[in-house]
Ligand binder design. Structure first.
Ligand code: C2E
Ligand code: CA
Ligand code: CA
Ligand code: CA
Length: 276
């Protein structure tokens, strides 16, 4: 048993070493990718549940990697966050997003904002400047934040959101229901919409049905009372769409309506990549 224990710990050491090397490689790769501006937004439609009309899009980060092709955030976001590179990556991406918006004058686009951005007092000004340079009306921009972003320095977060709101940029709470979900956030910060996390939508069928249904109901009741818009995430089936709509959720996003995809005008110029 003793020998086997040692084997196990040796194997563990090896795995740790391999993982450390992999992460180092990834960070070096990321730095090169930043130099080359190798990040692009995929866009996924957000629709009105009642009639399927597209009201906007969420911009989702993709990395065009030399060897591995298109990588989704699950492959590299942790390293981005841990290394602090996420801010540079996001700014490169936001630039692409507002440029695309300049060419496509319909609907809004929501961007994902890492909690780290809320450490920078000038985040709002920078974003507004960028939109201005691209000739984009800031009222077409929305930011998606998680509750964690508001926790760190609440007064600063409130100032940043306040500046954005004054200029027409709405703030959405992403993954709602998974974090601390202190309801006071919805009062204390200017939040215009919340996205019900896809785990609850997925839970609407199967053995967690009763629980998920109760949670979604409670979230929607709260939102209606506070006059906050709601978007259901990860809608994959017609049954989920109908249920959400019946419960009073106004908007939805998910594979049922469209997968994240590269903008059509870029697809014409390049080989079509797979939807991720
Ligand atoms: P998120 O903001 O919650 O984004 C929703 C995720 O659900 C996306 O994954 C999207 O592709 C996926 N999704 C959409 N519809 C469906 C569906 O019907 N079923 C299922 N199973 N999944 C669906 P993605 O693009 O891999 O992004 C993962 C996460 O990475 C995002 O979660 C967000 O937290 C983060 N992220 C994405 N883009 C950015 C970015 O530009 N900056 C930062 N800082 N984070 C980003
Ligand atoms: Ca999001
Ligand atoms: Ca989400
Ligand atoms: Ca998420």
């Amino acid at each position: 048993a003793k020998a086997r224990g040692r084997d196990r710990s040796e194997r563990f050491d090896e795995e740790m070493r391999a993982e450390a090397i992999r992460l180092l490689d990834l960070e070096a790769d990321l730095r090169r990718a930043i130099q080359r501006d190798a990040f692009e937004p995929y866009f996924q439609p957000i629709v009105r549940l009642a009639d399927g009309v597209v009201v906007g899009h969420e911009a989702l980060l993709r990395w065009r990697h030399d060897q591995h092709g298109w990588l989704p955030p699950s492959e590299f976001l942790r390293v981005c966050e841990d290394s602090g590179l996420i801010e540079q990556v996001d700014w490169l991406l936001y630039r692409r997003v507002v440029e695309w918006m300049g060419r496509h004058p319909d609907g809004y686009v929501s961007i994902n904002v890492s909690p780290r951005h809320f450490h920078a007092e000038d985040f709002a000004d920078r974003l507004l400047d960028m939109a201005g340079e691209a000739g984009v009306d800031p009222r077409r921009l929305r930011i998606e934040i998680t509750e964690g972003a508001l926790l760190d320095d609440a007064p600063r977060a409130a100032r940043i959101l306040g500046t954005l709101r004054e200029n027409g940029v709405a703030a959405l709470l992403d993954d709602f229901g998974t974090g601390f979900s202190a309801l006071s956030y919805l009062h204390r910060f200017p939040i215009q919409a919340l996205k019900i996390d896809q785990s609850f939508i997925a839970g609407l069928a199967g053995d967690t049905q009763t629980e998920s249904l109760a949670l979604v109901r409670a979230i929607l009741a709260l939102a209606v009372t506070l006059g906050i818009e709601t978007i259901g995430e990860g809608v994959e089936t017609e049954q989920q769409r109908r249920l959400l709509a019946d419960l009073g959720c106004t908007y939805g996003q998910g594979y049922l309506f469209g997968r994240p995809a590269r903008p059509a005008d870029d697809q014409r110029r390049r080989v079509r990549p797979p939807a991720l």
